[in-house]
Design a protein around this ligand. Structure first.
Ligand code: PDD
Length: 281
């Protein structure tokens, strides 16, 4: 596989990043995951805009190649012959000479830019989507700027492990009694014709897939209500689902051991997945 590091396209085993890199030492990096379907990048502009916002919020300088990011994405997809899969992009505050809590001087320490691809043949035909996923709930112990897509993913990773240990697929995080989001996705419930999902704030990531799916839902005459919901309300809902660049729209069929409806993916989740994939291809 060929990867991109600071201006160079290299075989992955020749790519190097300093041990003093701020993302390695301090989680001082931001990232984006853009999915690829049929060789095409999905929602690239949205991901680029959010990257720009993440960089601004953290006072991190843009990598020199910022304006070439679309071309770099396309080049990697081409070189690695990715039909279905994703492009991972990470920008870090760079590698100063020493470990220091103070941000390095941006004049001397330039950001690190890394991109790589992951092929996932048949991504859109995921058999998991036909069955739906099962989630558990866990307390949301992350920091309070979840709107910034940082590489500080230890807690979400632990949440995923807690779910696996419970024989489930993912965890929904709960704060002050309300669901924030999944470990790496936005969370939704459906009641009648109404799609309910938490409103945007610093408490959740502003999903690019979320924006598209809510637009499609409205176009398909579904109602959209952006508000908090509890696990109890979710357990009593008609349907539930998650969205992310890597799962698109994924039905949820069980929450903390309680089966939703008849335990199969709901009609609206299935319809929204269909629309999302149609519109993306
Ligand atoms: N995760 N919420 C969280 C906490 C996320 O990590 C993600 C994405 C989302 C959905 O955002 P989007 O629709 O823009 O992908 C919501 C990516 C896919 C990841 O970490 O792999």
């Amino acid at each position: 596989r060929t990867v991109y590091v600071n201006g160079d396209y290299l075989p992955e085993n020749e790519a190097k990043v300093s041990i003093f890199d701020r993302a390695f030492l301090m989680g001082d990096g931001v990232y984006e995951v853009t999915s690829v379907l049929g060789g095409k990048l999905i929602d690239f502009d949205g991901h680029l805009k959010r990257l720009d916002r993440s960089l601004n919020e953290l006072d991190m300088q843009k990598p020199e190649a910022f304006d070439d990011l679309l071309a770099i994405h396309r080049e990697l997809v081409r070189i690695n012959d990715v039909t279905d899969g994703m492009v991972y992009l990470q920008v870090t505050r760079g590698a100063p000479d020493d470990r220091d809590f103070v941000f390095p001087d941006p004049e001397t320490t330039k950001p690190t830019l890394v991109l790589f691809t992951q092929s996932k043949p048949g991504l859109a035909q995921s058999p998991v989507a036909d069955k739906g996923i099962r989630v558990i709930s866990i307390e949301d112990l992350r920091w309070h700027r979840r709107d910034i897509k940082t590489t500080q993913l230890l807690y979400p990773s632990m949440g995923k492990m807690m779910a696996k240990k419970a024989g489930c697929d993912d965890a929904w995080m709960v704060e002050d009694g309300a669901v924030t989001e999944g470990t790496s996705n936005n969370a939704y419930i459906v009641k009648g014709n109404k799609i309910i999902t938490r409103a945007l704030s610093n408490d959740i990531l502003h999903g690019i897939t979320r924006a598209a799916v809510l637009r499609f839902a409205r176009e398909a005459q579904m109602e959209v209500e952006e508000r908090n919901f509890t696990i109890e309300e979710a357990q009593g809902a008609d349907e539930a689902f998650i969205t992310s660049a890597s799962t698109f729209v994924m039905p949820v069929v069980e929450i903390d051991g309680v089966t939703l409806g008849d335990g199969t993916p709901g009609a609206r989740a299935r319809r929204l997945r269909e629309i999302y994939l149609e519109e993306s291809l």
